[in-house]
Design a protein around this ligand. Sequence first.
Ligand SMILES: Nc1ncnc2c1ncn2[C@@H]1O[C@H](COP(=O)(O)OP(=O)(O)OP(=O)(O)O)[C@@H](O)[C@H]1O
Length: 883
Amino acid sequence: MIIYYVVCIEESGPKIEGAEGLITSTPAAAHVFQEWAGVKEFLATKTRSTFSIRPFSNLEDAQIYVRTLGYRKCASTVVGEENIATATLAAPCEGSMNMSAGWMHSQLDNMCAGINLDALQYNALEEVLLRRRNVFLSGSGGVGKSFVTNLIINLLRRHHGRAFSRKVCITASTGIASTHVDGTTLHAATGVGVPRCWDHFGRMFYQDKVVERRWSRHYEVLFVDEISMLSGEMLDALNRIIQKLRRSKEPFGGLQVVFVGDFAQLPPVPEDPSYTTSDFVRRQDWAFEGHEDFWHMPVISRGALLCDAETQGPGLERGRVAPRRGARQEVLFSNRGLAFQSDAWWDLDMRVIELKKVFRQDDARFIATLNRVRTGHTTAEDFDWLNQEFYHAPLRREQALQESERKSRERPQLKDGGGREEESDQKKRKLAWKTEGEDGHGVSASGGGPASTSLGEAAQASLRQLGSLEMTRPAPACQIAEEPLHLYPVNALVERRNRVMLDRLPTRLEEYEAQDFVWHEDSGVILRRQETAQGYDGRQRRDLELLLGNHLYYKTCLAAERVKLKLGAKILLLKNVDLLGPQKLVNGSVGMVVEWAPEGNPFFDQDTSGVGAGAAGGESEENLREPSPAPHAVETRPPSSENGTDNKRSLHCYKERLVEAWYTANKSRIPVVLFSNGRKKAIFPELFSETIVGVGCTCRLQLPLMIGFAISIHKSQGMTLQEALVDVERCFDGGQTYVALSRVGPRAGLRLAQRLSYSNVKVNPTFLLWHNLHKTMVTRRREVLAMLEAEGDSGAVTHAEGLGLKGLHQEAVAVLMDSTKRAETPVALKRAWASLKKTLDQLKPGKNLQRQDVDILHWQMLDWWRPGNARTMEAIYNVRHSL
Ligand SMILES: Nc1ncnc2c1ncn2[C@@H]1O[C@H](COP(=O)(O)OP(=O)(O)OP(=O)(O)O)[C@@H](O)[C@H]1O
């Protein structure tokens, strides 16, 4: 019997089973290895390599194994025993970050025992980790995009160990999205911040050498989550600057790029040039020649003046502002377009993996309807079904009042710090759904303000006021608060509802003040936000000033500067507090403040899950920690340099001192929250920070809680909710309604605040272009593969499987053109060109045709291609090559 060996060589590959150098599964294989001249030769040139040899009893198994290895940058081959002496390796060994399939599988088994990955999810892991491809991971809401991304990131974390943060850059388009993948915003990671003009991207160069070094040398993979909210213009600008930094013409300087998101969801927030540039322009003391009344013009005219080529005046160009005299012109940055409209997107030649299986919802009809809302194909029956299922008109007011009175007698009791308790057990009861009054913002059933005499009554009264009108539908068993979370399209509505609801609670208000700091990475210096960088010199001072000046972070930080809480307040958790336990507490978990931890012991039992009120009251000794030492002021100067490693300590080493400072500033009691999964937990302050790469962090220590009677639909993107009441009346963006409706997992958890109609569902038209384009590309891919397979060319099929869509189609065009005689068809060519130009104009408004546009055209052209219609195909081909 012939034995076949799969020999694989990696440079600096993973340390499989702790071995370096030769790894063999049997002594016989070791012998073979030593005999093999090809490997010996290789050994002589490559010293930092890892080898593995695996024997197989038949060729097919060996070949399958090589395919699953999927290495891009290593050499692997199958050799029969008798050919060992003469065999050579198939590919040169290069590259530095390969992960073996075996290692990945064993880690996966450890990490997600009991979880079955969908085939496409698994494919995404392979493409990113084993084949090291650029990938766009897409799919509708709830298909597990973030879930898979987190898996990939965790595998990379294990693979790289301590080098992880140097090699892998994890980012998202927005702050809240970045918390879902434990990363930072792309703006922060690049050090670009919020750019106002194209020149600001140069910050990546001149800001700091460390940033420059990371981007130019260290990073190997870039993740960007919620790519739909990152503009094409941003992507183009970043691509260009990263290419410069890495001195490479490859897209993103050769970084492996993984984009994650769904273009049907929320698009980037466009910069209104009249607003966003006004500060910048004013700061620069610029004026518009011939338009001295610029600042007195109506907003709309100002916008037009900046954007519209038609109305440009002297000294003004489209998208440019002209300085008063002599100075340079700046190209304004307006955050335009979706990511796939950029040149960079098409250059990346990504593998598009569209996950299909929805995990968030399990109701087939609900999923199908949501899919139609996503693509704008909602039918009249869909609206009927949605309204019938999820919208329930409020009962008449009197009826509601009576019902509310009755319920209030049975409601769960809140335990105040004073220790008064009422008898009912919240978990055992089903509470009824509530909805808002006709004004849409809550009506008090009891009508009046709080007049309670005891806190127990106050709590009851407050709960009575949380909602007013009963819904006709029973609530899910786990529901703990009277009303579900409200999702609103605009912040003003969110704030109003949260304020009103909090004010209505008659319980005592507790306020928590955030502790804001900056931390300098190199020296370990921590400064309070109010301090200055006086006393520091040189670069340290410059860095500290940069960090202290990052006011934007403190304005946009998820955790408020002052958190206000009351007993009975619904809250939203803003951090992942426990990802491991059976009842996870994650960013987005909803709950209600039900009591305060006992005074004088800030380290009151942190986790009271599954324990009764007694334990929650802190009586169980094992639940108590040692009281902390007396809080003292935070050290604001560099730690003593006696120990040289002190400065290298991470920010988290200082957290304890910051926490003490927080307790000094806040005498309020620690809230205990009952979460919707039945878990009760005291919530302590957490560190919120934003990294300025290579410089340090701007940090805020604050309770990771926000009042959660309502949140904006934008904030809810990426969340999985158990229940929500959705108000889409004032939806203004494409995809907003879809995002809102698709947040809720259980069908019984979704409620509509008003009847839905066509006018409520907006779909971004550019997304539809993408959707159709992608569908066509997938079909073509299938057709080309089938065609190659029919021809019996297995080599071509394997080659085609390895290509991205762009590569595949280019190959297909080449193959077809070789086999078809060209015939010039001017009419068809003209017609094709006109249609393509129209589509292109929609995709890239106002842009002159560039090299990359030709590639987009290519896809558009293929849209018209049908196998068998070689003439059209030729016309398209000729258009492409005449450009
Ligand atoms: N293979 C799987 N097995 C079990 N649960 C899964 C699996 N994949 C995803 N999930 C669960 O499905 C839910 C939705 O996943 P996730 O939030 O990652 O979806 P998403 O595609 O990122 O959604 P969105 O686009 O709305 O942000 C989560 O609760 C997640 O834990």
